[in-house]
Design a protein around this ligand. Structure first.
Ligand code: ADP
Length: 236
């Protein structure tokens, strides 16, 4: 369970997040939407403990993530907006390196890597150098890294950016398959795909969560329309 309480953050004099509060339970796929520049990436960077908030508290499994960042990061999968992969490593050696970095016991690493390679459909390129892969395959590798150790918290920034239809479909299946025991928080722009994936949308506006839209019992058209209205400030 990820609990985000009263988060505020400014870049110098520019106030971006004023008072962000929400929670994401295991099994939930929470999608943060909002206009460009509203602070979605900033919020995910804070949830990834890359940037510290000016005030507020974030707890994972009841523990303040900034008090115990190393413990939290071992149980965190994070797909950055522009994933930084080690281009001269092979896919398999990169995933092994990442698993070791997070302190995964050696005996489990091989199994975890096989699972992630299968889930992300990148077994065939596991011995290839990352730098030589297409953009879509690199994104699959970044996704494999994010889900590698079955983390309790998964953060995916602009998850479908640059992916074609097939890869978006696969990405949705991958995220659904790993979400049962994880709290997933993601951002993106591809509303139709996101409507098929998210269990809840949170609209970020003027530094706050201005609307929460549960997707249960709504069809995709209704979901997209409610989000549009929330972005325009219309109460529905
Ligand atoms: P979003 O992901 O919703 O598009 P961002 O979190 O990237 O928004 O950015 C929120 C606001 O903060 C934007 O106005 C952006 O220009 C600004 N911003 C982002 N990163 C920095 C930074 N490193 N320094 C100063 N301002 C920044």
């Amino acid at each position: 369970m990820l609990e985000v309480c009263n988060i505020a953050f400014s870049y110098g004099a520019k106030e971006v997040l004023k008072d962000v509060t929400f929670a994401a339970k295991p099994g939930e796929i929470v999608c943060i939407v909002g206009n460009n520049g509203v602070g979605k990436t900033t919020l995910l960077k804070i949830l990834a403990t890359i940037t510290a908030p000016d005030s507020g508290v974030i707890r994972a499994e009841g523990q303040d993530i900034f008090k115990y960042p190393l413990k939290y990061r071992r149980n965190l999968g994070y797909l950055q907006e522009s994933p930084a992969l080690y281009e001269d490593m092979t896919v398999k050696s990169y995933l092994k390196y990442r698993a070791m970095l997070k302190g995964e016991p050696e005996k489990r690493i091989r199994r975890r890597i096989q699972e992630a390679l299968n889930t992300c459909k990148i077994q065939e390129v596991m011995h290839q150098t990352i730098g030589k892969l297409s953009f879509g395959l690199k994104k699959r590798v970044a996704l494999a890294d994010a889900i590698l150790l079955r983390p309790r918290t998964i953060l995916l920034d602009d998850v479908f950016a640059g992916l074609d239809r097939t890869m978006r479909f696969d990405a949705k299946e991958i995220i659904k398959s790993v979400s049962a025991f994880s709290s997933v928080v993601l951002t993106g722009h591809e509303m139709t795909d996101l409507a098929k994936l998210a269990t809840r949308f949170l609209v970020l506006s003027d530094g706050r969560i201005s609307a929460s839209i549960s997707t249960e019992s709504l069809n995709e058209i209704e979901i997209v329309s409610r989000i549009d209205n929330a972005l325009k400030g219309v109460v529905s």
